[in-house]
Design a protein around this ligand. Structure first.
Ligand code: ADP
Ligand code: MG
Length: 140
């Protein structure tokens, strides 16, 4: 299996409830390493650009409001098959459909406030990592 890097965000609903350690423990227990990490408060412009692929969706405006409603933790996870593994650990977008033991099943408040983001493909992982981190910020 190839070692990959993927981009992860701990969303404002989770930072508000002081869940960053509990969420990151799930990644580490599954063998993913946090190789870059920063706590930030996203600007509206950053959120709109980050989620630009969803700009025609009815939930886009609310999503950007939510993502700028508090601090987030942006991070890079590294490990075997990291992109798919991260998505598996997070669970389905809607916590009502997420498998038992996943982050979203255990922590999400709603389909919007679903505690974590994870890249969905190698191309998007590279784009999303580069949006928040310079190469020198990532220490594997
Ligand atoms: P994922 O984060 O699982 O990749 P998407 O890329 O489809 O999901 O959506 C991005 C984010 O937009 C979701 O994580 C969630 O916060 C929000 N979202 C998705 N679908 C809805 C919806 N139907 N209503 C409200 N918010 C949504
Ligand atoms: Mg997505």
């Amino acid at each position: 299996m190839a070692v990959e890097r993927t981009f992860s965000i701990i969303k404002p609903d989770a930072t508000r409830r002081n869940l960053t350690g509990k969420i990151n423990a799930r990644f580490e227990e599954a063998g993913l390493r946090i190789v870059a990490q920063r706590r930030i408060w996203m600007t509206r412009q950053q959120a709109e650009q980050f989620y630009a692929v969803h700009k025609e969706r009815p939930f886009f405006k609310d999503l950007c409001t939510f993502m700028t409603s508090g601090p987030v933790v942006v991070q890079v996870l590294e490990g075997d098959n990291a992109i798919a593994k991260n998505r598996e650990i997070m669970g389905a977008t809607n916590p009502a459909n997420a498998a038992p033991g996943t982050i979203r099943k255990d922590f999400a408040e709603s389909i919007e406030a679903n505690s974590a983001h994870g890249s969905d493909s190698p191309d998007n992982a590279a784009i999303e990592i580069a949006y928040f981190f310079a190469g020198a910020d990532i220490v594997g």
